[in-house]
Design a protein around this ligand. Structure first.
Ligand SMILES: *Cc1c(COP(=O)(O)O)cnc(C)c1O
Length: 246
């Protein structure tokens, strides 16, 4: 059994304990990882692949074949036209402007139905992260517009959270509380039943915090290092530099 196999089995075993009565999808986040590693993760039980950079994903997953590929990074409007052809879903709609840009692009190519997207919510209101504010009024305002974006369907909420600054009980409780709040907001929006926004999925939780996220209702967790191991530090900063230059 490969490391990737055993790490996914370990996560799956945890999920079976945390959420015995429902399925939580594992998204393998393959940024800085190879196509081969991603393919292994899918074979080992990951349901989806997540990528956070358009260029990197275009180079890696061409031809895309049968891989269920989601975009989870910040999408610049000038890359929308590539993204809608390449990805099966864009989980990181972080502004109304971006939703409009995607809708316009889909309209221009006469996209025959509605393209699956998710609203990104900034769970800890961090200025360093993008996403909608985690409050009911904001989400309601955006979801009311779902109908107006005629080529989009909002299949869920993807939430991002602060990294705990330490392992203290207080810090753990703070993040768990933020996750609980998002779980409640998600259920509320789901119940309110906005047209073209079924919001079936709540994507939250990464390697270090997915257990709390599942407790708070996540239906999808996004795991990178917990599947593939820690990336070499040097590679990561080189990637970041490269991204800055594009
Ligand atoms: C990288 C990334 C993840 C996975 O992070 P890990 O800590 O490696 O599990 C999840 N979500 C987003 C948006 C990411 O960019």
């Amino acid at each position: 059994m490969s490391d990737i196999d055993s790490r996914i089995q370990h996560i799956q075993a945890n999920l079976n304990v945390l959420a015995p009565d429902r399925t939580v999808k594992i998204m393998a986040v393959t940024k800085t990882r190879s196509r081969e590693e991603g393919t292994l993760a899918l074979a080992a039980g990951a349901a989806l692949i997540g990528e956070n950079r358009v260029q990197e994903s275009l180079a890696k997953w061409v031809p895309k074949a049968d891989v269920p590929l989601h975009f989870i990074g910040h999408l610049q409007t000038n890359k929308v036209k590539y993204a809608i052809r390449h990805f099966d879903a864009i989980d990181s709609i972080d502004s109304e402007k971006l939703a409009t840009a995607i809708d316009d692009c889909l309209h221009a190519i006469r996209y025959p139905n509605r393209f699956p997207v998710m609203l990104q919510v900034n769970g800890g209101r961090e200025s360093s992260k993008s996403g909608f504010e985690p409050d009911a009024a904001t989400l309601r305002r955006v979801l009311m517009r779902a109908e107006e974006w005629q080529h989009l369907i909002f299949t869920g909420i993807m939430a991002v959270f602060p990294r705990p600054t330490d392992n203290s009980f207080g810090e753990t409780q703070r993040i768990r509380h933020l996750m609980k709040e998002i779980g409640e907001l998600w259920r509320m929006c789901q119940l309110e039943g906005y047209p073209w926004a079924p919001l079936g999925d709540l994507s939250m939780g990464m390697t270090h915090d997915y257990e709390w996220a599942v407790e708070a209702g996540a239906t999808m967790i996004r795991i990178g290092s917990g599947i593939f191991g820690s990336p070499p530090i040097v590679e990561e900063s080189r990637e970041a530099n490269k991204e800055g230059l594009i």
